[in-house]
Design a protein. Sequence first.
Length: 409
Amino acid sequence: MADSTAHGARKNYVAATVLILVMFAIWGLAHRLYGTLFPAFVTALSLNDFQVTFANWLNSSGYFLMAIPAAFFIRNLGYKSGVVAGLGFFAVGMFLFYPAAERHEYTFLLGAGLLANSGLALLEIAADPLIMQMGPAKSAVRRLNIAQALNPLGQILGFFLGSWIMVSKLQNPVGQLAHALVQPYFFIGICVLGFAFLVDRAAFPPVANERAARQDRTIDDIAHLLKSRMFVFAMAALLLYIVGQSFLWDCTIRYVQTGLPGGSPASAADILLWSLYAFVIGRFVGTALMFRFDPIRLLAVFAVAGAILTVLATLLGGQLGLLCILGASFCLSILFPTIFGCAVRDLGPHIKSASALLIMASGSANMVLPIMKLMSGPETIQYFALVPALCLCAISWFAVEQRREAGSA
């Protein structure tokens, strides 16, 4: 009966499902465009190293700072309102780059980045559990992986579009560069705002607008979740995933520049793009395998394989090591949505607060990464490449424990 109801929901809300899926791609494109253009904005405003580091740290903190307010928001106003508001915050953040450019004002730059990333945090906290609940429960994790597979596709498009904009805009004199870069940011903001309007006007299934009962307190909900050993383990697994992925891709850049003959920033950027290709392919392959195999079992297999490939990359070096790094990127692909999906799929009314806590955990990793990376240099890069292997081993342990917990339930 539940399956037939879900089928009816899918039939009646095809437009809403398509909008959410497309949103994952647009979200990836906008995020990558923002990241690609930001260094040029730094050049235009003549920021020093401390200002750049602090701006990046503050941008990353948006995911951490927005998590608990987002839980209150979507519990009281629903998923759909969270998606629309998240897109709106991101768009306003893009528009704030105008006063930052016109006045060459660092404060506006900080506000723009923080608001944009806070919007992305609210968007993810609302959209991930929403797509899981727009269909049968048994395929919820697979559905989230499908949606998340579109995000890196958008990022690849954003990378190429951003590179093209950079080439055209960098021809402007430095004094006019900030003003020239405002146009792409405005374009991003207008497109995202237009998409938010489409989402707001579309008909969604009732679950998208469900609100918590007045007597249900968000703080009590969060406290209940933090008492669950497996849920706290899932938070740790997501944090370690972000650390592992960031270290792997950061080490890839340094590996190419210092460990390969003729390595240069340009060749490192090409390899990083190939790593993103491997990541996208892995996400689609992993999602396809979920039609046949249990997601949590695939999570364990991909995590163990990624750990082995990372260790091999450290031991082998050279071109073979580089192939192992690309293979590890392939294995990273399904980890985030599968950890997230398996952690929340059976939580019922607690899923909104759970989503916020999981995104907060991943956001806290982004806040400490700049400090951790300062500890790595050319002489220690080979050893720091083992950090992703340790993170992946811990994630495979989480998968084993999750499967054991599901089997005993």
